[in-house]
Ligand binder design. Structure first.
Ligand code: UDP
Length: 235
């Protein structure tokens, strides 16, 4: 199935490339080029970007920070990634708008649903930073919520494995991969597709989730055209 409008959940870790932390220029350029190529073919793309390459709230707890403060630092990391992606996508020839759920008007637009819809309809890639703007969440929950409220046909979860497996394929060589499964099956088999709360929201909204590896160049475009290697979680 060709997906016209999609929300891509991009973890910060992906943007770190092989360095493991921070931003890897080569990885950023490659992912931005893939996104720009897909946008030029008429796909409407919103991205919720994580911040794990800079900071995750849970890391702050063993530094003596309280959870809200640590999560605030995590949210700032997601905005840094959003600004980097906005620039890289525009450098690849497609207009992009970073929008933050935490207002930072001198850095980027504040998130507003109607404005984001307008950008998408005009062919701009919308890069959403700041998560939900609330502590005690990861970016999985805003990925599901924004996909639903921005009328996206599917949530594309970009990871470093090519789908959902019965177990972690990097640890268990006997793990087998699913081509497709339902939300209910994923819950019954206790498969970790994304955060439990976010996954429950996706199930309730009937939102298809496409899990794919972003490590292969061109993967985003293939998945959007409906012929990439991925696991599809759908009602
Ligand atoms: N975060 C938050 N509220 C949100 C989204 C994110 O507090 O709505 C914080 C949280 O500390 C999280 C960090 O930002 O760990 C970075 O996001 P995430 O862990 O989802 O990044 P990823 O693992 O996708 O790179």
């Amino acid at each position: 199935m060709r997906i016209k409008r999609a929300l891509i959940k991009l973890s910060g870790e992906v943007l770190a490339g092989t360095a493991g932390a921070g931003l890897n220029g080569e990885t950023l350029t490659q992912i931005a080029a893939d996104i720009a190529t897909a946008a030029k073919k008429g796909h409407e793309i919103a991205i919720v970007v994580g911040g794990g390459n800079f900071f995750r709230g849970v890391q702050g707890l063993n530094k003596g920070l309280d959870r809200p403060t640590a999560d605030s630092i995590g949210m700032l990391g997601t905005v840094m990634n959003a600004l980097a992606l906005e620039h890289a996508i525009e450098a690849a020839g497609v207009p992009a708008r970073a929008m933050s759920a935490v207002p930072m008007p001198s850095l980027c637009e504040s998130y507003a649903r109607r404005r984001a819809l307008d950008h998408l309809a005009h062919g701009k890639v919308v890069v959403l930073g700041g998560g939900l703007g609330n502590p005690y969440f990861t970016t999985d929950t805003p990925a599901v919520l924004r996909a639903a409220e921005l009328d996206c046909e599917a949530l594309l979860k970009a990871t470093n494995v090519d789908g959902v497996y019965t177990a972690d394929p990097k640890k268990d060589p006997a793990a087998t991969r699913f081509d497709s499964l339902t939300h209910d099956e994923a819950i019954a088999r206790n498969l970790k597709v994304m955060d439990t709360a976010a996954f429950a929201l996706a199930r309730e909204a009937g939102l298809p989730i496409v899990v794919f590896s972003i490590l292969d160049a061109g993967a985003i475009g293939q998945v959007l055209e409906g012929n990439g290697r991925a696991t599809i979680v759908a009602p």
